[in-house]
Design a protein around this ligand. Sequence first.
Ligand code: GDG
Length: 477
Amino acid sequence: MDTSNTSMKTVIISNRLPVKIIEENDEYTFIPSEGGLATGLGDVYKSGNSIWIGWPGIEVPEERQEEVTQKLAALNLYPVYLTQTEINLYYEGFSNEVLWPVFHYLVTYAHYEQNYWDCYQSVNEKFAKSAMQVLNRRDKIWIQDYQLLLLPGILREKLPNATIGFFQHIPFPSYEIFRLIPWREELLNGLIGADLIGFHTFDDVRHFISTATRLLPVNSSSNVLSSNERQIVVEAFPMGIDHHKFSGLTATKEVQKEIEYFRTGKEDMKVILSIDRLDYSKGILERLKALELLLQHYPEYIGKIELFMIVVPSRDTVPKYSELRHQIDQFVGNLNARYRSMNWIPVNYFYRSFPIEVLSALYSTADICLVTPMRDGMNLVSKEYVASRNNNDGVLILSEMAGASKELTDAVIVNPNNLGDIMEAIVTALKMPLAEQQLRMKAMRAIVEKFNVKHWVNNFILRLNEVKDSQKSLLTK
Ligand code: GDG
């Protein structure tokens, strides 16, 4: 990759590169992924000499690394190669067995292992080393998410005047939770290497500022932290989705075909949809328990409603995740066995991922979308459902613990710990008159359309530029 150009570029850094890998006949092929983040950042990293740095998603033997680097360079991507041990300790270990549970308030799930932490530090250093091979002094750096909390600080030491933004996609917990982490000061010191720190919600911002001022020698004034002559701005940037993609997909031939296939024979059935990655933070088991409660308390709905539950395999090498999968399998099997009839089944459960066309068909035809995470940074599924409802009908039931609930206030909002509350919300949704559905959905669609993922990207970059400019003018005063 040509790094001689000294003009300013934007460098995105995340744990994973936005690619799908196909390994066939000893050949690697990389296809750009269509995930929300990749779509939103597409205009940024594909333009000019801007790039995206991250792990390509597989262990590449040393002798093949040059070849893979060349292939990725054609997509404006720059790889950080990780070994299986690093994946085990830094990603599955520290990121997903310490930070993920603690940041989602499930502190008893955390394993504070010293070797996880050691590896987390060394992998963050490794990312910095790779980044330094392609970074220029004037580049704008945008680091993504909790796997790289130390990276802003490491890069700040190497490039004291760099423009560094950081966005965290998962919640930031309250001080009383965060303080439990043995390496809490180190993590915060890493983060405040950034000029601008973004979270999905104002609550996350509040928690971060209060935590930083209690644990570090920093001062705060409103949403600005001051440390060693530097100022760090902390703000909420609620992430959006590609609204036009989801609203446009429903009319395509492929999706229409899926809709017909899906709805045939279910004309009178009320369909409830649930889509998540396998994760204990998503409240999947609790949702199933609420459905069981509903079938017990409102037997008139037996045979009249069906839950379509897609659980996308995720992190299944982490013990808590395989345990959860087992529990879900058992619960669904038990519930279906007890309630099913010869031609009806309460839960249609899928443990796999589907093409976007199938997702779109489900989004656009399901009468209710049930999104009840115990904690969620944002939750894009809720927004994708809304964007797919071109007729303004359908009801979104949304957990108050999801960042999205701060924007989608016209959803039926529930406390995901209150199974009775979820049960009643489903009944409310089943009975909701069309006019009320449309009123609520229209209001939510306007929000999802306006505050889309492009808006999110532009807004963050714009703020990062402003923050840096104001720092420069402070220094010259
Ligand atoms: C993290 C935070 C935050 C799901 N099943 C399939 C599929 N999906 C796609 C959905 C959606 C995405 O996966 C899931 O996004 P979420 O936001 O719901 O959840 P996380 O994966 O936990 O994401 C979260 C997010 O980062 C962004 O900041 O909102 O709080 O935890 O886009 O459509 N896609 C396809 N097939 C599937 O079967 N193609």
